[in-house]
Design a protein around this ligand. Sequence first.
Ligand SMILES: Cc1cc2nc3c(=O)[nH]c(=O)nc-3n(C[C@H](O)[C@H](O)[C@H](O)COP(=O)(O)O)c2cc1C
Length: 230
Amino acid sequence: MRIGFAITGAGHLLNESVQVAEKLAENHEVTIFLSGAAEEVLKMYGLYERVARLTGGKYRELATDSNQKFSFPITGRFSLGKYDLLIVSPATANTVSKIVYGIADSLVTNVVAQAGKGAVKTFMVPVDIHPGPVDTVLPSKVEKDKCQNCDDCVASLACPEGAIIPHDEIDLTKCVGCGQCRNTCPYDAISEGKIITIYMRDIDIENTRKLSEIDDIQIFEHPHDILDNL
Ligand SMILES: Cc1cc2nc3c(=O)[nH]c(=O)nc-3n(C[C@H](O)[C@H](O)[C@H](O)COP(=O)(O)O)c2cc1C
């Protein structure tokens, strides 16, 4: 099969989505589509290189908001029937809301719009699906209760991106999730993959419900469910 795999900027279910993309790329032609936020968030969680490694060659491109300019020409392949399936996983509340209201102003919202016009089946994993609390995973973080305010912060000196503001926080716009800071700090003051509870907003749940009513879009709770439904 030829599959478009779109990733948006959600930390929730991101690692699991990358695992599914990797699995599919073993036996299918997979083109990766990244929103601008996905590019950043994948780096924060140390997952960007794994995605980039899947790409290379015709129909295995890495399409991004920046390399597709403003009209997203690569998405026209979907209206021309060049793909068998589009997957969007994870899908942020932002991208879901835009799709529900017919907005196509980014690479991922355009690829969904063109898949709709080309009657290409679309599988989506919206992160905001059930009301109430959800446990989600954070990127690297300075734990101030463990930080000893060292004069020379070895974690910040070890960071190749200059992303650590000593004794304070990590500038996630610079972080590439390499883990050097965590491995270096003798006080274990940098956490990675910490689980926190967040609460779903009614408006996002309602948008996911509307998404599920769109023809040719099928929604799944978990990226792994996609493999069972191919
Ligand atoms: C570390 C991090 C994790 C995030 N996780 C989520 C998430 O799980 N769900 C979500 O809807 N937005 C999340 N966001 C916010 C989105 O990245 C942001 O709304 C962005 O504008 C979405 O753009 P996109 O829909 O084009 O990818 C996260 C942002 C950061 C920095």
